[in-house]
Structure formats: structure tokens, C-alpha cells
Design a protein around this ligand. Structure first.
Ligand code: IPM
Ligand code: MG
Length: 342
């Protein structure tokens, strides 16, 4: 029996529902694979902010530090001057979770503009415009500093090439070095150098604006796309839109020794508390967690169970064209996990 400590932030809005649905999947995986997940509940997000005046108290960080990995539901990020950074941005920086992996692909029954899409967005997660360096320099003039480091570019670009070897062996860098000559110029230079170490992988560069257009015309042409932080944020939502939206979009935030897994979608307060949210993005994030822990078999089984359950199609949530609840869909996926022969 293998034991893991998994810290869990349930999150805001639909977070508690989609995470509790994912906890049902954790139980099914424990039963199927004789694994044990010790769950450590961590306070963070809007409730924590109201109670303690911060969205991520120190004692929460301590709890997370003492776990093997973190499963995180969506949390509200406040907007405007003077507000704290959002919970995921803080955690990515604190644990140096530099690689944000966002697989976006078609799933059965999910209506989408395109078929045959299988993308992996590899988003740099610690620098760029997300460095928190924004200042007022005079009345009516604010500036933000965009950070690009050789170390940051090298490590994320290497991740992209390594992952491409397990896929269709194609990597595209999106940049705008015709304008952002020093910051994106650095990424372009590093990309050209690093690509020489992977002669088996096709390396291409595109200006980010052209890449956005080509993606909405022929997304099937792309495999791994590596992007600095803000481009990665925008293009990953765009790519999710190509395959039917954010309901099926998981992510992994990976560092050297720790990782956080979270759905890309937000907290959807308009449908919170109704037990109608689609839990699949969270469940697929847990599948990415299993993969990162080295539980490859269990990871595949969870994804296959999601696919089988979608194919059966008798327990779909509203957004998927059905009328089942969050927990009924999770139960159906859990049953698929238990019935797949391994
Ligand atoms: C994401 C989200 C976050 C980000 C927000 C909530 C801070 O949009 O994970 O893509 O911008 O990184
Ligand atoms: Mg985003």
C-alpha cells in the first residue's frame, strides 16, 4: 500500500462541489489501486480572506509544505489596485512551480468547433507580467515590469521539448520579439539554442498574434506550444474554446519537488451551491496529479473512466447537455474506474 499526503483547497463558488466530486474519484482510485491518500484540508480563498484578512494565511502554507502535492479548486482573485495576488499566483511563486501544463483536446460528446485537436500548452508560471512589479510613477501613469530570465526561459523550453518527445514531436514558441526585443527576444534566443539539443523534435516559432489567428483556423497543426506567462494564460483559454470550453480543461503546475493541480476554470458563483457544475476539469487535474506522482496506470484509468462515462452519456451535467448533478456524474466516473480491467 502506497501512501500520499494530498493537501486540498476546496476553493470558492463551485469549488467545494467539484472538489468533493473529485474526492469521490480519489476514493475509487484508492480502492482500485491499493493507494492511500491522506487528505489535508487547507483554508485559502475568499473565506480565508474574510476570516483572516489574507487569502493564503501562513498556517495554510505550512500545511501545504508538509504534503506531497496540492489539489486546488477555483478561488476568487480580487481585482484592482491594492488587492492581494490571487491564491494560485502566490502558490506558483512560493513553491517555484514554473511549468504550467495545460492539455486541451477533444472529448466524446463535447460540442466543439474543431475535431482532431490535441494541444499541450506549456506556460511559464513564475515570471513575465505576473511578477507583481507594478508601480505608480506619477499621477495618471502606472507601469508594470515584465521579467524574462535566461534560467526561466531555459527550464520551461526544456520541459516543452521533453514532453514533445512523448507526443507528436513538435514544439512551437509564441513570442513578439519584433516589438519586445529584450524580453521576448531572450525567449527566442534561448528557444533556438535549446532546440539544437532536440534534433528529433520539430521546432517552430510564431509571432503570438499570428499564432492566435492560426490556432483558430487550424489548431490540428499544433502539438506542444510553449509560452511566457501572460501569453500562456490567454492562449490556454483560447485553446480551451477550440475544444468546447473550460469545463474539460485541467492543469498541472509543476516545480522541482512539488506540484499543484487545478481546473483552469473559475469559481462560477452564478451556479455555485446548485450541484450542477461539471467536475471533469478537476477530476482530470487529479489524473495529472497521479501521473506526476508516478501512478501512470491509475492516471490513465481515471482519464479512460471520464471518456467511458461521457460515451455512456446517461449522467451528464447541464453544460454537457444532460440534467444530472455534479455528484451523479462523479459517481458514474467512479463506477467506470472500478469496472475497468487493469
Ligand atoms: C489561470 C487563471 C489565473 C491566472 C488567475 C485566476 C489569477 O486565469 O490559472 O489561468 O491568471 O493565472
Ligand atoms: Mg487564465
Amino acid at each position: 500500500m502506497k501512501n500520499y499526503k494530498i493537501s486540498i483547497i476546496r476553493g470558492d463558488g463551485i469549488g467545494p462541489e467539484v472538489i468533493s466530486a473529485t474526492e469521490r474519484i480519489i476514493e475509487a482510485v484508492e480502492e482500485k489501486f491499493s493507494l492511500k491518500f491522506e487528505k489535508i484540508l487547507v483554508e485559502a480563498g475568499l473565506e480565508a480572506y474574510k476570516k483572516y484578512g489574507t487569502n493564503l494565511p501562513d498556517f495554510s502554507l505550512e500545511k501545504i509544505k508538509h504534503s506531497d502535492c496540492l489539489l486546488k479548486g477555483p478561488t476568487t482573485s480580487l481585482e484592482g489596485e491594492g488587492t492581494e495576488l490571487g491564491v494560485p499566483v502566490k502558490i506558483r511563486k512560493y513553491f517555484d512551480l514554473y511549468a504550467n501544463l495545460r492539455p486541451l483536446k477533444n472529448f466524446p460528446r463535447i460540442n466543439s468547433i474543431f475535431k482532431g485537436v490535441d494541444l499541450l500548452i506549456v506556460r511559464e508560471n513564475t515570471e513575465g507580467m505576473y511578477s507583481g512589479l507594478e508601480y505608480k510613477i506619477s499621477e495618471g501613469t502606472n507601469i508594470g515590469i515584465r521579467v524574462a530570465t535566461k534560467r526561466g526561459a531555459e527550464r520551461i523550453i526544456n520541459v516543452a521539448f521533453k514532453l514533445a518527445r512523448e507526443r507528436k514531436e513538435r514544439v512551437t514558441l509564441g513570442h513578439k520579439s519584433n516589438v519586445l526585443k529584450m524580453t521576448d527576444g531572450l525567449y527566442k534566443d534561448v528557444f533556438e539554442k535549446v532546440s539544437k539539443n532536440y534534433p528529433d523534435v520539430e521546432a517552430k516559432e510564431e509571432h503570438i498574434d499570428a499564432l492566435a489567428m492560426k490556432l483558430v483556423m487550424r489548431p490540428q497543426d499544433y502539438d506542444v506550444i510553449v509560452l511566457e506567462n501572460l501569453y500562456g494564460d490567454i492562449i490556454s483559454d483560447l485553446a480551451a474554446g477550440l475544444v468546447g470550453g473550460l469545463g474539460m480543461a485541467p492543469s498541472a503546475n509543476i516545480g522541482e519537488n512539488f506540484a499543484m493541480f487545478e481546473p483552469i476554470h473559475g469559481s462560477a458563483p452564478d451556479i455555485a451551491g446548485k450541484n450542477i457544475a461539471n467536475p471533469i476539469a478537476s477530476i482530470l487535474s487529479f489524473s495529472m496529479c497521479l501521473d506526476w506522482l508516478g501512478e501512470k496506470n491509475a492516471s490513465h484509468v481515471v482519464e479512460d473512466a471520464v471518456i467511458n462515462s461521457l460515451k455512456r452519456g446517461d449522467k451528464l451535467t447541464l453544460d454537457l447537455g444532460g440534467s444530472s448533478t455534479t455528484h451523479e456524474l462523479a459517481e458514474s466516473i467512479a463506477n467506470e474506474i472500478l469496472s475497468i480491467s487493469v
